[in-house]
Design a binder for this molecule. Structure first.
Ligand SMILES: Cc1cc2nc3c(=O)[nH]c(=O)nc-3n(C[C@H](O)[C@H](O)[C@H](O)COP(=O)(O)OP(=O)(O)OC[C@H]3O[C@@H](n4cnc5c(N)ncnc54)[C@H](O)[C@@H]3O)c2cc1C
Length: 392
């Protein structure tokens, strides 16, 4: 149905999911004059993947040329540094070393350098072991790729700033409210049914249905579940991606780290390996590892100490003098993958009408790393899909 014939909805646009991606999309839409309501199931925004990650601003080294991950990471990185500077969000453009610890790593390191250049990341430099050690005396490697534009950001500060922009732009945020089903009405509006996730007394009474002209699904780990109720209205042949869960554990370092840059081993497929990152206060952590799981569970698992032993052995390949007993259990995060174990890695899936056949709807799946780095660029990309490219 053409937009002109639609009846007046309760709200022009609903965004489902208040992680960095939903917030950035809602902010971008509100900044372009749309009436936006963001619905989040928890009592705060950003409590799922958006605050359980490495907080790294990636340069864009690893992703295939022209993929959405490559394009949105590079664009998003520039936007994020600018946004952070303008809004007082703490960042540290500390740089990173990707290290080759043996001859067998050299070809992979060269491939990463080529991929980075193809992605427009032109400030990288290949270093021999001695040059890498002049930057980071404790690192053990025979060569390294130095990426000076990699950094870290205070993800909580980013979430707060995005909220501020959204509400200042006239958008609203509805918390403790879970979207349980979505229907397409015969008149073309979306009917979004949501349930209060507040106290149990409220829950019995607080189911509500709100109509919207436009819909953005940015539900992260629940992306496929939220899209499920729209199943019958997709274009024939469209298969909504399934979401698979891959958990990552972090250990923190009990002492001050003798590094001022992030240290990454060579990746294994799409997994970046047990790397060392620093938070905004300079606290070092290691991880995340990768374990495929069946259902959401953030528990830190290492009852028999096997995980710690594996971390120590991986870390000592690039930091031989990691002190004994220095690793402490940290936290976990869960990646929303849209490929199963053993399948080739997938790009971000940002599906609009041309893909799924529904007007005025953008659905995002598989927004794993570098989703934090890319968030502002993803927000603009979603707004362009709904409104057409901005001239601003
Ligand atoms: C271990 C790990 C490390 C990472 N490290 C980095 C990194 O260093 N750099 C980087 O760039 N990226 C990193 N990422 C990726 C980045 O964190 C994510 O891409 C990003 O946070 C995704 O944001 P999101 O808004 O899509 O998802 P989320 O933050 O998960 O937000 C989705 C929101 O939707 C809400 N929701 C779900 N269902 C419903 C519903 N039915 N109704 C209402 N609300 C709902 C959820 O409660 C949640 O708040 C990492 C990810 C992981 C897991």
């Amino acid at each position: 149905m053409p937009t002109a014939q639609l009846p007046t909805p309760d709200i022009e646009t609903i965004v489902v999911g208040g992680g960095v991606v939903g917030l950035a999309a809602a902010r971008s839409l509100a900044a372009r004059g749309m009436e936006v309501m963001l619905i989040e199931r928890h009592d705060r925004t950003g409590t799922e993947t958006s605050s359980r990650n490495s907080e790294v601003i990636h340069a864009g080294l690893y992703y295939p040329k022209d993929s959405l991950r490559a394009r949105l990471c590079v664009a998003g990185r520039h936007q994020l540094y600018e946004f952070a500077a303008e809004n007082g969000v703490a960042v540290n453009r500390c740089g990173k070393l990707v290290v080759a610890t043996g001859e067998e790593d050299l070809a992979s390191l060269e491939r990463i350098a080529q991929r980075a250049q193809a992605n427009g990341v032109c400030d990288i430099a290949m270093l021999d072991g001695a040059a890498a050690q002049r930057l980071e005396p404790e690192v053990a490697c025979i060569a390294a790729l130095h990426s000076p534009s990699t950094g870290v950001i205070d993800s909580h500060g980013l979430i707060t700033a995005l909220e501020g922009h959204l509400t200042a732009g006239g958008g609203s945020i509805v918390l403790s409210t879970e979207v349980t089903s979505i229907a397409v009405r015969p008149d073309g509006l979306y009917a979004v049914t949501a349930l209060s996730t507040g106290s149990s007394a409220e829950r019995t009474t607080a189911q509500t249905t709100i109509t919207a002209k436009n819909l953005v699904l940015a539900a992260g780990l629940a992306a496929s579940d939220v899209a499920k109720s729209l199943k019958r209205s997709w274009r024939s042949g469209y298969v909504c991606p399934a979401t698979y869960l891959a958990k990552g554990h972090y250990f923190t370092l009990a002492a001050r780290a003798p590094f001022s840059r992030l240290i990454y081993p060579l990746p294994t497929g799409a997994w970046l390996g047990i790397h060392l990152t620093l938070d905004i206060a300079g606290q070092a952590k290691f991880g995340p590892d990768l374990t495929w799981i069946e259902s959401l569970d953030y528990a830190f698992e290492d009852q028999d100490g096997e995980r710690r032993r594996r971390f120590v052995s991986e870390i000592r390949r690039y930091w031989p003098s990691l002190p004994a007993g220095a690793l402490q259990p940290g936290y976990t995060g869960i990646r929303p993958k849209i490929y199963a174990q053993g399948e080739p890695p997938a790009d971000f899936a940002i599906h609009g009408p041309a893909t799924h056949g529904r007007d005025r709807l953008v659905a995002l799946y598989g927004i794993e790393s570098p989703g934090l780095t890319s968030s502002l660029a993803i927000g603009d990309y979603v707004a362009d899909m709904l409104l057409g490219p901005s001239r601003g």
